[in-house]
Ligand binder design. Structure first.
Ligand code: ASP
Length: 429
């Protein structure tokens, strides 16, 4: 029997952990296989997002509906992000991981990672203003935006282009739409083809990471890492299932089964952006979200919605403050919620970006920035976990918004034979 795609990826992931532990750093020789996989799916992102938004907006043909979808999406994203940070803050306040850190370990971590922390600290020196961040969404040169893969700018231009098309006579716009539809279809086909090597790519990525970092580093910061992972688990297992059940009537099991391939790719690549083609495919094929909704909600989510990252920033801020013996007031903690939400909007979904924006959050509440060095060692592994949560949040929003617009295909929560209808990685015919 052919194994389902997510089962194959999961096997790749587990074998990768085993290979990394057994072989150690020299397993790094196979990393190029993983890098090739990441580059291949990243290659699809810009044309897919551009073509699918354009086609989506033009076929929606209803600007009021687009505005409504936009408001719901941003509202959902802001609400879930705020809940996520609150969970992170609450757990860190409750368990106090920073007060339990051995002073010897603290000194060692500060010495080992001080250099690496400089990067984040420098970036926080001149934080962009809210106005600048908003202005930056408008590209002065759309080709430049596409070339640099500046996602918010690409989304903005694709929306503007699509809206302009809806004003024109259909006979005139037909060739553009037909062309873009074909581009879109071809990109989707490419996702299916690239996903065939996902199990191998995931194996190589995980083996290289485990080989390089080992699992030992987790031990030095065990309580902190557990707080972050527990927070992420609570958020993922409570907030999203409740949302999809309540607002879309979808069984959480069906939701998680459908989103599993994307979660595994997000976990292995630590990049919501690179995972985007897979997230879109899972939402459309497995969860029944319409293309119009998925094309808009998911690319936006990959850039502006990072629940996992926000939760982690809440926990990390409290952790570092505790290590330095600072007690943040309720007001300061509310400021953390606000800054972390804003910081996650401006940052692209690529590996390690949460660490850079964390510096901004720390600066706002006056926690020593060099404390970043304390948590750098475990950042990569926690980044994997938070990225998986980030794309799950985006997918849950796609389901909720699609349901509210009656754009969620009616599918049985469990298909005959007890199996949920999950995309198995077959290429379309
Ligand atoms: N790697 C995360 C993402 O791509 C962002 C972060 O937390 O660093 O969603």
């Amino acid at each position: 029997m052919r194994l389902k795609l997510h089962t194959q990826i999961l096997i790749g992931l587990l074998l990768g952990v085993v290979a990394g532990v057994i072989v150690g750093p020299s397993i790094g020789v196979i990393k190029p296989v993983g890098d090739a996989f990441i580059k291949l799916i990243t290659m699809i992102v810009v044309p897919l997002v551009f073509a699918s938004i354009l086609v989506g907006v033009a076929s929606l043909g209803d600007l009021a509906k687009l505005g409504r979808i936009g408001i719901k999406t941003v509202g959902y994203y802001l609400a879930t992000t705020a809940i996520a940070i609150t969970i992170g803050l609450a757990l860190a306040n409750l368990i106090r991981p920073g007060s339990r850190l051995d002073p010897a370990i603290k000194e060692r971590l500060l010495a080992d990672f001080a250099g690496a922390a400089e990067v984040s600290i420098e970036r926080a020196a001149v934080p962009p203003s809210v106005v600048e961040t908003l202005l930056d969404i408008i590209p002065t040169n759309p080709i430049g935006a596409l070339a640099e893969a500046n996602m918010l700018q690409v989304i903005f231009f694709a929306l503007a282009f699509g809206i302009a098309l809806t004003y024109l006579d259909r006979a005139r716009t037909e060739p553009v739409l037909r062309f873009m539809e074909a581009v879109n279809e071809a990109m989707i086909q490419l996702v299916h083809l690239v996903m065939k090597i996902a199990p191998l790519g995931v194996f190589a990525l995980i083996a290289a990471i485990v080989g390089q970092y080992g699992l030992g580093i987790l031990q030095t910061l065990l309580v902190y890492s557990l707080v972050v992972v527990a927070g992420l688990a609570i958020h993922m297992c409570l907030v999203y299932p409740t949302a999809v059940r309540l607002f879309a009537g979808m069984s959480p099991i069906h939701f998680f089964k459908g989103v599993a391939p994307a979660q595994l790719v997000a976990f292995s690549t630590s990049s919501s952006n690179a995972t985007l083609p897979v997230t879109m495919e899972c939402a459309e094929e497995n969860l029944g979200v319409s293309e119009e909704v998925s094309a808009f909600v998911l690319p936006l989510g990959a850039t502006i919605n990072m629940d996992g990252t926000a939760l982690y920033q809440g926990a990390a801020t409290i952790f570092i403050a505790q290590v330095y013996g600072l007690d943040l007031t309720l007001q300061q903690q509310l400021l953390v919620v606000l800054t972390a939400t804003l910081a996650s909007i401006g940052a692209a979904g690529v590996p390690g970006v949460g660490m850079i924006t964390l510096a901004l959050v720390l600066k706002t509440v006056g926690v020593p920035l060099e404390g970043i060095a304390l948590i750098l060692g475990v950042d990569r592994i926690l980044d994997m976990c938070r990225t998986a949560v980030n794309i799950t949040g985006d997918s849950s929003c796609a389901v909720v918004v699609a349901a509210s617009e009656r754009e969620l295909a009616e599918r049985p929560p469990v298909a005959p034979g007890g199996q949920a209808p999950v995309w198995t990685g077959e290429t379309r015919s």
